[in-house]
Every structure is written in structure tokens, then in C-alpha cells.
Design a protein. Structure first.
Length: 294
């Protein structure tokens, strides 16, 4: 048996959470087309007969424009120091730009293997892929370059196979039954946030926060209340929607995923609260355990 920690890094919205979900063959991290969807350090534990790989999905590294962005970056940087292997994930449908270079500069100084993972290869032809590989070879001497599709699953098993060659430890780090570090309450609240981001798209910023405030289970069903925190009244109106239709859609979609996760009927209630005072909002965020706020 071999084991180790592997960090998945890259600029926002390149498919880090989708890759983690594909590797684990389960939905662990929420996904959306909104940059900055992942805001917490999420560990997913892959087990087979030969190895245990602890994958760490980090918030997208980017040039921060506010306190939240700085906190997210600091989380990602901290994890880079702790892992054994780094996966630098890029979107092959996008040109190598300032965002990718910003991430690359941060990982160049690391004294550990760095794999370049070229994601979304299902969206380009093979000739174009060869050109992209040549280009990245000129940019940095990566330990490995692995093209794949997180969405389709193409070459994901090749990634696992290659990682095993670099795993440093001989003992497993967690029990074979462990799959993640996130709690049930965190997952449920994140599912609601995912549906919000998908339905509202660019209308609602990724800084919205969801908090599970109540969980009561009986023999037939589970009562769950999720609070959605925003910092402006106009965002509250968008989330609720005309005659409450948007919030109803969010609840319907989230309830379906939550029932699949819990294996039981769920009565889900969602409501929105405006908190424009940073100190009061910090209190709620600390309850969620998302950030070490300073």
C-alpha cells in the first residue's frame, strides 16, 4: 500500500471540483459556471487495493479583489505546503493567460512533483491538443503532463495510475471507509448554494453564504432549514424571485439532491436574510467553519 496528499490547484472555473467528483465517482464538491464556487478546503479520499490518495480541492487561486478572495488564496497556498504532489489544472479551451501564470508562479518554488493536468480535452481536436502540450512544455518542466476530461472521465484512470508512482508513504492515512472531511450539515448547505449559483448565474455573487440552521429527523422524513445570507436587499429580491418562484426552484432542485444523499424524504425550507454588517456576518461564517477570518 502507498498513500499521499494531492492538491488540485488552478485558476477559478477550470474544473477542479468536477475532477474530484469524477475521481471519487460521487458528488462531493459543488460545481457551477460561477468563478469561485469552491470556498472551502475539501478532502476526498480515493481508495483501491494498492493505494490511498487524499485529494484536496482548493479554492481557485486568483488575484484577490476583496477580503474573501485573499482568504481563499491563503487557504490554497497553505495546502500547497502540506501536500506531496500538486496537480496544476488548466482549461485547454482557454488561452494560457495572466490567471494561469499567476498560479504557476506560486507553485514554481515548490520542492515537490507538479503535474500539469489539461482538462476539457473532449472539447478540442487531437491536433490542437498536441500544440497545447508543446506550448506548456516550453513554459515549465512539469513532472508529468496528463490530458483528460473531468466531465467525460477520459484518462482519469491514467491520472490515478501515474499518481501511484509518486506516492511517498507506505501506510494509509485514513480508514478505508472514510471518503471525506466535510460534514453532513456543510454538504447540505453547499447543495443549496450550488442551486442558487446555477439558477441565478451572474446575478448573484459567489459570496452568498448558506447555513444549515435546523435538522430534525423522525421515522418518515427529515425537516431541514437552510438560511441564505446576502449583504444587499436587491440580492434578496433576486433570490426570492417574483412571487417566490426562484426560491421555490432552488428548494425543489436542492431537495432532490439532498434526498439522494440522505436516502430519506426531506422537507426543506429555505429563507433569505440580509446581513450588511461585516462583524455580524463573520459570526455566521465562523459557525460554518469556512474561513479563519482576521
Amino acid at each position: 500500500m502507498k498513500s499521499g496528499f494531492v492538491s488540485i490547484v488552478g485558476r477559478p472555473n477550470v474544473g477542479k471540483s468536477t475532477l474530484l467528483n469524477r475521481v471519487l465517482e460521487m458528488k462531493l464538491a459543488i460545481t457551477s459556471n460561477v468563478s469561485g464556487t469552491t470556498r472551502n478546503i475539501i478532502q476526498g479520499i480515493y481508495n483501491d487495493d494498492e493505494s490511498q490518495i487524499v485529494f484536496i480541492d482548493t479554492p481557485g487561486i486568483h488575484k484577490p479583489v476583496n477580503k474573501l478572495g485573499s482568504i481563499m488564496n491563503n487557504q490554497a497556498y497553505h495546502m500547497l505546503d502540506e501536500v506531496d504532489i500538486v496537480l496544476f489544472l488548466v482549461d485547454v479551451t482557454k488561452e494560457f493567460g495572466k490567471g494561469d501564470n499567476f498560479v504557476l508562479e506560486k507553485i514554481k518554488s515548490l520542492n515537490k512533483p507538479v503535474f500539469l493536468v489539461l482538462n476539457k480535452i473532449d472539447l478540442i481536436d487531437k491536433k490542437e491538443l498536441l500544440k497545447i502540450i508543446t506550448k506548456y512544455n516550453e513554459i515549465y518542466n512539469f513532472e508529468e503532463i496528463i490530458p483528460l476530461s473531468s466531465l467525460k472521465g477520459d484518462n482519469v484512470l491514467d491520472l490515478i495510475k501515474t499518481l501511484k508512482k509518486y506516492l511517498p508513504r507506505e501506510e494509509i492515512l485514513y480508514g478505508k471507509e472514510d471518503v471525506t472531511n466535510i460534514s453532513r450539515d456543510f454538504y447540505i448547505a453547499e447543495i443549496v448554494r450550488e442551486k442558487l449559483l446555477r439558477l441565478t448565474k451572474d446575478e448573484v455573487p459567489h459570496t452568498i453564504t448558506c447555513l444549515l440552521e435546523n435538522y430534525e429527523e423522525n421515522e418518515k422524513y427529515i425537516d431541514i432549514n437552510v438560511l441564505i445570507i446576502v449583504d444587499r436587499e436587491n440580492l434578496k429580491k433576486i433570490i426570492i424571485g417574483k412571487n417566490g418562484q426562484m426560491l421555490k426552484k432552488v428548494g425543489t432542485l436542492a431537495r432532490s439532491d439532498i434526498e439522494e444523499f440522505l436516502g430519506k424524504q426531506v422537507n426543506l425550507k429555505t429563507y433569505v436574510k440580509v446581513i450588511d454588517d461585516w462583524r455580524e456576518k463573520e459570526k455566521y461564517l465562523k459557525e460554518l467553519g469556512f474561513y479563519e477570518l482576521k
